[in-house]
Design a protein around this ligand. Structure first.
Ligand SMILES: Nc1nc2c(c(=O)[nH]1)N[C@H]1C(S)=C(S)[C@@H](COP(=O)(O)OP(=O)(O)OC[C@H]3O[C@@H](n4cnc5c(=O)[nH]c(N)nc54)[C@H](O)[C@@H]3O)O[C@H]1N2
Ligand SMILES: Nc1nc2c(c(=O)[nH]1)N[C@H]1C(S)=C(S)[C@@H](COP(=O)(O)OP(=O)(O)OC[C@H]3O[C@@H](n4cnc5c(=O)[nH]c(N)nc54)[C@H](O)[C@@H]3O)O[C@H]1N2
Ligand code: SF4
Ligand SMILES: [Mo]
Length: 778
């Protein structure tokens, strides 16, 4: 048995600090890292299952090339990279000749625990003269980013929550008890429950585990948040509950907002949400009585009807009541390196959708490929993402991936997307390399953790940075070995001269500017290896540390207890994050300094597009389609799902089939017994699922879990799919008009008994999955 090693959990974006013990290549014991400055020893029910991350039957151990019959054959790295390079050159040259924008589409760039590859992948996209970038954020958060851009001045202004200090927590469309989403969620919720001075309101159609411990639960009809939030805002305005001083000092546009809210037919809209006015008034009483309210939202509204409008109304709620910029309220937070960018209204020529945060809607990826348009995507590059399972309309996504002239997947596992790709490139896992995430969203103190490897990489797998560097080598883009060696020597002796020296090279070869992360990896990274073996891929963070130190000097000085300035502070910050194995704080702000992060003189409350949208809301236009009478939460977070991260079915302690949940009466109404197989049907697809009774849902509401539908070797030379592939039934066109984000939390569906044949197949697959679990010895 070995010592405790520090790492972090990669099963959700909280990335709690962990300590683990190892036996060979297995993790044998896991506990929370008490020295982690943010999570301080916290763990949830999932972290114990982390040993399955690197240790399962679908790990990739060699580059793969697609065979004409659809399977894959192992090939060596040189062959794979030189063939890919030749085809990338062909496409890039053809793009240049025809004067069209780059035909390259980039998907992913990081999952819940890993962002070290993303900068390198983005460099490839830029080198391919493209900006077409899709990832998970553009199917959940871009509506929120768009609103932030309008109100705070930049899409990278992102809100934080004062969960631990607030006296009222308003939870809208999220279930932190199971999904977390903020630090040490269960402790925080229990504290509110046990403290008579602190209260919580939950707005969620389902009586969630979080709603169970709330003072007030508003179980609204799915998809009616915009109506409810507007009604709450209208009552606040009517009662003159706004914070006039805050509005005058810090905001503009309130008169337009108030005028729009005065038009809201409050009673009609509350009735449309199927709530009682008295309960909504009680929520308003609690909001107005709160000294410090924090609003916490997630997919229930961001993947719900009117999602971008919801994101606006939710922010108006804390802004017009002055719950911003103080302890316990909503705030903005710093970034060490922003997770995404700011877009200025550029649009896709194919779908017309606006880029938001540098991203196009994931829901339009297949259209960008399949369009009969000269600028369609011809090459798809997927890294750390499994769009064949996680993007809406799986059938269209699969077709699109096959239709690409070249599709490449960089992953640790043989995913559903990898199975369709021309080349699959095996990455070292998050336990086999230096890694970090950019989900650093805390305020007023913000944190960053670099994790070191627990194991050596599996033979023939490579760290992403090395994959991209070798690819750029094969593409003939890298400077000569001598030039790289000279830069490396500068990195060893005087890092302040590194960028000027690289700049000289770029004068002769401007395309080098697009691959700055790769240059840093091959030069500064090579120098880092001498003191921190394996840390070369961290090199681009060095530039990020310098930018952060320059932009937020005083907060960084406070975090480091340092008086250094300029480049010296940047170096100190980089050294600190490189050597703090439990993670470190990197900025400490005062609450007042939130105004340094707001990118406008005043917060803009009036967003004409959204006030216009509010004016068009009409309950009469939102009647249930009798052909699809149920509302499905298509992608519920449960105790044992974690996106597409753990593929071995044995990791789950509960819910082996990924059951459909519904009220017993609703199941009975369509002739389905609990435990039996049912079919869930939409205009785009039909899936067969195990039914289970759950009285916490609203009548006519169903739920299917996120994080299933992964195929796995069945131990007999075949493969079997574990649980529902829920995006077979989602319509990619059912999406937000501004951000293009899907309405997964309110998918209209029909429910019916499975046919005898469907039942037999489903039962057989379920049995095979059980055999796999049994054979794994669990
Ligand atoms: N266990 C687990 N935790 C996870 C993940 C995981 O896979 N498993 N994934 C992580 C990721 S990537 C994310 S983005 C987060 C997501 O975290 P959450 O957003 O908290 O999780 P969800 O279960 O998708 O949905 C949130 C809630 O929306 C409610 N809802 C459904 N329809 C509506 C509606 O019309 N209005 C309102 N107000 N609410 C509605 C649902 O009942 C549900 O309680 O979870 C993270 N944490
Ligand atoms: N219907 C429906 N669809 C949904 C959702 C829903 O609620 N309903 N939720 C959406 C949300 S919020 C999210 S965040 C997305 C998530 O969907 P995706 O963006 O596809 O991401 P993950 O499921 O996290 O998949 C991570 C991938 O990265 C791989 N990976 C893990 N570690 C490494 C590594 O170190 N290197 C490399 N190269 N690869 C690695 C894993 O094997 C896996 O294939 O799904 C979305 N899709
Ligand atoms: S909250 Fe998220 S990061 Fe923390 S232990 Fe649970 S799954 Fe892992
Ligand atoms: Mo997500």
């Amino acid at each position: 048995m070995s010592d405790w090693h520090k790492t972090a959990c990669s099963l959700c974006y909280l990335n709690c600090g962990l300590e683990v013990q190892l036996d060979g290549r297995a993790i044998t014991r896991i506990r929370g890292d008490k020295e982690h400055p943010r999570s301080a020893g916290y763990l949830c029910q999932k972290a114990q299952r982390l040993t399955w991350l690197g240790n399962h039957g679908d790990r990739l151990t060699s580059p793969l090339r697609r065979l004409p019959d659809g399977g894959h054959e192992p090939i060596d790295w040189d062959t794979a990279l030189s063939e890919i390079a030749a085809r990338l050159h062909q496409v890039r040259d053809a793009d240049t000749e025809s004067g069209r924008p780059g035909s390259f589409g980039y998907v992913g760039g990081g999952g819940q625990g890993n962002h070290s590859g993303g900068g390198y992948g983005a460099a490839l996209m830029k080198w391919m003269n493209s900006s077409r970038f899709f990832n998970a954020l553009s199917q959940e958060k871009t509506g929120d980013f768009w609103v932030n851009g309008k109100m705070f001045g930049s899409q990278t202004c992102h809100t934080a929550e004062g969960i631990e200090e607030c006296d009222l927590l308003l939870v809208i469309g999220c279930n932190p008890w199971l999904a977390h989403g903020f630090t040490n969620a269960r402790h925080a919720l229990n504290d509110i429950k046990n403290n008579p001075d602190r209260k919580m309101i939950v707005v969620d159609p389902r009586r969630t585990e979080t709603a169970d411990v709330a003072e007030l639960h508003l179980p609204l009809r799915p998809g009616t948040d915009a109506y409810l939030l507007a009604a709450i805002l209208a009552i606040i305005v009517e009662r003159d509950g706004v914070d006039g001083e805050f509005l005058a000092a810090r905001t503009e546009g309130y008169p337009q907002v108030a005028a729009a809210l005065r038009e809201v037919p409050v009673d009609e809209w509350i009735a449309h949400a199927e709530l009682e006015r008295a309960d909504v008034e009680r929520a308003v009483d609690m909001i107005l009585a709160a000294k410090a309210m924090t609003v916490r939202v997630e997919l229930g509204i961001q993947q719900g009807r009117h999602s971008t409008l919801n994101s606006y109304l939710e922010k108006l709620l804390f802004l017009i009541t002055g719950n911003f910029g103080r302890e316990g309220t909503n705030n903005l937070h710093s970034w060490l390196v922003p997770l995404y960018g700011h877009s200025r209204g550029k649009r896709s020529e194919i779908t017309g959708y606006e880029y938001i945060g540098g991203l196009l809607p994931s829901n339009t990826m297949a259209e960008e490929i399949l369009a009969d348009h000269p600028n369609r995507i011809r090459v798809l590059w997927v890294e750390s993402s499994n769009p064949a399972n996680t993007y809406a309309d799986t059938t269209a996504v699969e077709l699109a991936i096959r239709e690409c002239e070249l599709a490449v997947v960089v992953d640790v596992a043989y995913t559903e997307t990898a199975a369709l790709a021309d080349y699959v490139l095996p990455a070292a896992s998050q336990h086999e390399k230096w890694e970090f995430t950019l989900f650093n969203m805390e305020w007023p103190t913000n944190y960053f953790q670099i994790r070191r490897p627990l194991f050596d990489p599996l033979p023939d797998t490579l760290v992403e940075a090395e994959i991209y560097a070798r690819l750029f080598d094969a593409l003939g883009v890298l400077p000569s070995a001598d030039e790289l060696a000279a830069l490396t020597q500068i990195a060893r002796t005087d890092r302040t001269q590194l960028l000027p020296a690289a700049g000289e090279l770029m004068k002769d070869k401007p395309e080098l500017a697009t691959i700055a992360p790769v240059l840093l990896y091959r030069t500064l990274g090579a120098a880092l290896e001498e003191t921190h073996p394996g840390a070369a891929s961290m090199a681009p963070l060095w530039a990020g540390c310098h930018r952060a130190a320059a932009a937020m000097t005083v907060p960084v000085q406070r975090a480091l207890d340092s008086t250094a300035v300029g480049a010296a502070l940047g170096e100190e910050l980089f050294a600190r994050i490189l050597d703090s194995q439990s993670g470190t704080r990197f900025t400490v702000h005062t609450y007042d300094e939130v105004w340094d992060l707001v990118k406008r003189e005043r917060i803009q409350l009036a967003v004409p597009e959204l006030l216009g949208w509010l004016g068009t809301l009409d309950p009469a236009a939102e009647q249930v389609n009798p052909a699809y009478p149920f509302s499905l939460i298509n992608g519920q977070r449960r105790s044992h799902n974690a996106n597409q991260i753990l593929r071995a079915p044995a990791w789950r302690r509960s819910d082996p089939d990924g059951a459909l949940r519904a009220r017993a009466a609703d199941l009975a109404s369509v002739g389905v017994d609990p435990g039996d197989w049912a079919a869930v049907v939409t205009p785009v697809g039909r899936i067969v699922v195990r039914a289970e009774a759950d009285e916490s849902l609203r009548p006519m509401q169903l739920a299917l879990p996120h994080g299933f539908g992964m195929s796995y070797p069945d131990g007999h030379g075949g493969r079997v799919t574990n649980g529902p592939r829920i995006n077979l039934i989602t319509d990619a066109a059912d999406r937000d008009p501004i951000a293009g984000t899907p309405h997964h939390k309110d998918t209209p569906v029909r429910l019916e008994p499975a046919t005898a044949t469907e039942r037999a197949t489903a039962e057989r697959d379920s049995e095979r999955v059980r055999e796999i679990v049994k054979a794994s010895g669990r």
